[in-house]
Design a protein around this ligand. Structure first.
Ligand SMILES: [Zn+2]
Length: 311
């Protein structure tokens, strides 16, 4: 990976990259790929600290690299609440705590200048959140979704992913897809609209080549497009992942047990993806999913499907 100095990155950043895609949020633009090096660069010094039941948040407003600064400490207090709420929802459904580094009982969360919304990699490292994205009042919805998303990666690590076993590519349809599902599970919204609509717009896209845009598949898996979702299937699936150390074998096992034929399940998904994925009125959480701008994306998806089946 090519390393860029922070100064060079800052200069390049100032040349008009305001919608920056993430190392963690996939689909990087060519420029974002260039910036991957900044993830590993030195941390700023954090003079501020907020400790909650499960998290230690750290930030600065005195960095000699000003884009690191968090101007309003209220933003970090609010984020601490978002993280605690996501923690509560995950531990309730999964009966397991997100992964913490050996000897640590809380997850460190830092705010800094970076080329993406957030990162939760490597497992023993802190959750890193973008100071620039967090400072922008327009991104209120993104703060919620991204906090839940990054914490879900820590939950994946608690099932051994990257801590006891690694996956073979392509696996981001699983790791990013389920983290995007978690955004919807916790908040009924996503940080980028593509996570909901791309799979329906591009119906020939290979599910396994998708990344966080595979998200609707995971809604389908827990029957989130029906009246009575079964979120417990996600827990079953992660327990099977831990046991089998293979997401495909684990998924097949749970599908077989729950729905019968694995082939038929994938065929039905391919068919429903083209027409009538969601039916019925808009109800939280899965029948109404807000994008970063607060608009419901499910309505938009239903419109495509109606037009497509009408033509
Ligand atoms: Zn992610």
């Amino acid at each position: 990976m090519i390393k860029f100095s922070r100064l060079a990155a800052a200069i390049l950043l100032s040349i008009g990259m305001n919608t920056i895609s993430c190392a963690d949020e996939p689909r990087p633009t060519p420029s974002a790929t260039v910036f991957e090096g900044t993830i590993d660069s030195d941390m700023p010094r954090f003079e501020n600290r907020l400790e909650t039941e499960h998290f230690v948040l750290k930030w600065t407003n005195k960095s000699n690299h000003p884009p690191d600064n968090i101007k309003d400490p209220e933003i970090t207090r609010e984020t601490a609440e978002y993280l605690e709420q996501a923690w509560a929802k995950y531990t309730e459904l999964f009966a397991r705590c997100p992964y913490t580094a050996p000897g640590k009982y809380k997850i460190e969360v830092v705010f800094r200048d970076m080329d993406c919304y957030g990162v939760a990699d490597p497992p023993d490292g802190p959750i890193q959140l973008s100071a620039g994205v967090w400072n922008d009042p327009k991104n209120n919805g993104v703060r919620r979704s991204t906090s839940a998303h990054e914490l879900f990666h820590k939950l994946q690590y608690a099932y051994g992913f990257k801590t006891k076993w690694n996956l073979e590519k392509p696996y981001r349809w699983f790791t990013e897809g389920t983290a995007a599902w978690a955004e919807v599970y916790v908040w009924g919204r996503v940080s980028r609209a593509e996570k909901v609509d791309e799979l329906f717009k591009d119906t020939s896209m290979d599910l396994h080549e998708a990344e966080d845009t595979a998200m609707p598949f995971w809604i389908y898996f827990v029957r989130g497009n029906h009246e009575h979702p079964n979120n417990q299937l996600m827990r079953k699936f992660f327990e099977a992942c831990e046991r089998l150390q293979d997401e495909n074998l684990a998924l097949n096992e749970v599908i077989k047990e729950t729905y019968g034929s694995v082939d038929d399940f994938f065929k039905a998904f391919a068919r429903d993806r083209k027409r009538g994925f969601w039916t019925g009125p808009c109800e939280a959480p899965y029948k109404c999913i807000l994008g970063p701008d607060g608009k419901d994306i499910v309505t938009e998806v239903k419109d495509y499907q109606r037009k497509r089946s009408g033509s």
